[in-house]
Design a protein around this ligand. Structure first.
Ligand SMILES: [Zn+2]
Length: 478
């Protein structure tokens, strides 16, 4: 006997898009069959007529419950919203798995004086989310500073523990110099992990920062001149060369420019396992929006670019050069977010985790005719594959976790901040009309959002062990 049948919906599976019934026992999908073929005496039957039935969204890039630099906000002790709030917002937005970060970014660690053992840092971070998260969760392990030999010694252990991916920066005070990166890349490749890379060319960024200050052009709306197209081009290509020498898989977080999309495409064409992410607001806004009233609310590092960059990101998602959508979720209130008006201290990020799926549906499916299968890939399946959660997550098929979102393609919704569920008082999507919206979310067979109400519990979320597949690390497998 089935616990749950979802019937009558347009179901997106790895193999087809069709009107199918989905049968669930406990936390798992056990059957996907023609309408009416599953045993009808289920514990509950969910009528999904008129809805699209998709794998639960995977948010591959979020910063939850962490300190915000005081020079960004003008005040001490500002934190991004805690897991309860972020995962609540995520659940309403059809997201069932959040991949955040763990890492020791203390001053002592960055100076190389004392770095906490990786497994200890991981456990501390798990403790922040455990019993406080409505969705499942995992962490990229963040490495920073001159940490090559120390980090390399712990990478095998971390992968063993189920970390799966490591995040590094090539700019800001957490940047890792290339020699150290070389060692880390080699070690990650050897033991089968993915590198998640924030790639900007540090020298170009710093040069432009100083130049604009010197010339009195350091207004916040010039962020795209600091974190610019050339910087992305150089940094992406350096990382790709490094990865080729070490045989490492790379996941570029927040691709922002046509140059980044091109660099990824060329690497993939030559057979390198390189994957790119686009943030959902980069599919809509450009650097021109920085000049509007409160325009810096849309700023997420590196920086929004120009209209042709935005088109390259949307096109890249449509034609396969880019693989995933994310938000770089980083939620504060409007006051701290908009405190600075200078290029050197703009607060990054925004409350995005809830809006990614409806915005991506609007920009890619409704406006550009993306197939539903491709849409499932860019909101869930590809992130699951690249970051080592597949086939447990990211697919509607027997054996996978019953993480499912029902999206109503007929529901048009013009967003206001009151519609959203983050701990925040603004939304960059105020007034944006979504053509299609998530209406029900299931986490491992349990309905967590229904009829506009949160019915899950903050103890529902579990930490997920990850292991990236060999095919994904060997070649551009998706
Ligand atoms: Zn980020």
């Amino acid at each position: 006997m089935l616990d749950l049948i979802i019937t009558g919906g347009t179901v997106v599976t790895p193999h087809t898009v069709a009107e199918l019934d989905v049968g669930i026992v406990g936390e798992e999908i056990v059957a996907v069959g023609q309408p009416g073929t599953l045993n009808a005496d289920a514990g509950r039957v969910i009528d999904a007529r008129g809805k699209i039935v998709l794998p639960g969204g995977i948010e591959p890039h979020a910063h939850i419950g962490i300190p915000v630099p005081p020079d960004w906000t003008g005040q001490p002790d500002v934190m991004t919203q805690p897991p309860e709030a972020a995962s609540r917002a995520a659940a309403f937005g059809g997201v069932t798995t959040i991949i955040d970060f763990a890492g020791d970014l203390s001053r002592k660690a960055l100076r190389g004086e004392r770095r906490r053992p990786l497994l200890e840092v991981l456990e501390r971070r798990r403790a922040v989310f455990r019993d406080h998260c409505y969705t499942d969760f995992a962490f990229h392990y963040m490495l920073a500073g001159e940490c090559g030999h120390q980090a390399a010694g712990q990478i095998a252990e971390a992968l063993q523990e189920g970390v799966g991916s490591f995040k590094i920066f090539t700019t800001t005070e957490v940047r890792i110099p290339y020699g150290h990166l070389w060692e880390i890349f080699a070690e990650v490749a050897k033991h089968g992990g993915m590198m998640a890379v924030h790639a900007e060319e540090d020298e170009i960024v710093n040069y432009m920062l100083e130049k604009l200050k010197r010339e009195g052009r350091d207004q916040a709306y010039n962020m795209h001149l600091v974190h610019n197209n050339l910087s992305e081009d150089l940094a992406f290509r350096t990382i790709i060369r490094l990865a080729e020498h070490t045989g490492t898989g790379v996941y570029f977080v927040h691709t922002t420019a046509k140059e980044g999309v091109r660099a990824i495409a060329e690497a993939r064409q030559s057979g390198q396992p390189v994957y790119g992410e686009a943030l959902h607001h980069y599919l809509h806004f450009t650097c021109d929006d920085y000049k509007k009233p409160d325009g810096m609310a849309i700023h997420t590092y590196p920086a929004l670019k120009f209209a042709d960059d935005r088109e390259a990101l949307v096109d890249g998602l449509l034609d396969g050069r880019l693989c995933t959508t994310a938000t770089d979720e980083y939620t504060t209130y409007k006051g701290p977010k908009l405190f600075s008006d200078r290029i050197e201290s703009i607060c990054g990020g925004h409350n995005g985790i809830e809006t990614r799926i409806p915005v991506a549906f609007t920009k890619c499916v409704a406006e550009r005719g993306m197939s539903l299968q491709r849409f499932a890939a860019i909101i869930a399946t590809n992130a699951a594959k690249i970051l080592g959660l597949y086939p447990q997550k990211g697919a509607i098929q027997p054996g996978s976790d019953a993480d499912i979102v029902l999206l109503d393609p007929q529901l048009t919704k013009t967003l206001t901040v009151e519609d959203l569920h983050a701990d925040s008082d603004y939304s960059i999507w105020e007034g944006f009309t979504c053509q299609g919206y998530p209406v029900m979310t299931l986490l491992r067979g349990k309905v967590i959002v229904e009829d506009g109400k949160l019915v899950g519990h903050s103890t529902d979320g579990r930490w997920l062990k990850r292991r990236v597949g060999g095919d994904v690390l060997a070649r551009p497998a998706l």
